[in-house]
Each structure stands twice: as C-alpha cells, then as structure tokens.
Design a protein. Structure first.
Length: 82
C-alpha cells in the first residue's frame, strides 16, 4: 500500500479457507457462511488450497461494494482454527 495517493482504511477482516488458486486470483470461502470472494493473487507468498488465511480489506470508498479497484488486501497465513 506504500505509494498509494488515495487514503485506504480498514473496511473488514475475516478468516477464510483458500478454495481455488489461478494465475491472477485466490478464491476464498468463509467456513460458516460459505460466502466466496475473489482476491487478487499476491505474488509474495505461495498459498495452498485448503489453507486458512486472515484477510484484512482496506478500501478507499465508503460505498458498500466489492470492487478490487477500490480495495487493497493484506493476507496472513494462520493455523486452522480449533
């Protein structure tokens, strides 16, 4: 997020399971609701299908939309919740 001229603020944070990986995005799903999200694939860390991750979503808009053009994502690997 360094170098962004817009102001990004934390919009949400949630724990999900990696469901699918392709060259451009991760498809992740919330375990309890089965809601799926597509997240742009960061190139700094390898991920595996079935891996639990915590996603922090930063947004530069107050609108209630899922638009990666207005979002940045921080993805942290975590151990499977008990």
């Amino acid at each position: 997020m360094t170098g962004c001229s817009e102001r990004y603020e934390i919009d949400s944070e949630f724990t999900v399971i990696v469901q699918e990986i392709d060259n451009e995005r991760l498809t992740v799903v919330e375990e309890n609701t089965l809601t799926a999200y597509e997240i742009p694939l960061p190139h700094d860390e390898p991920y595996q299908v079935g891996q639990f991750v915590r996603i922090t979503v930063y947004s530069d808009t107050d609108q209630d939309i899922w638009d990666p053009k207005h979002m940045r994502f921080k993805i942290d690997s975590i151990e499977q919740p008990k």
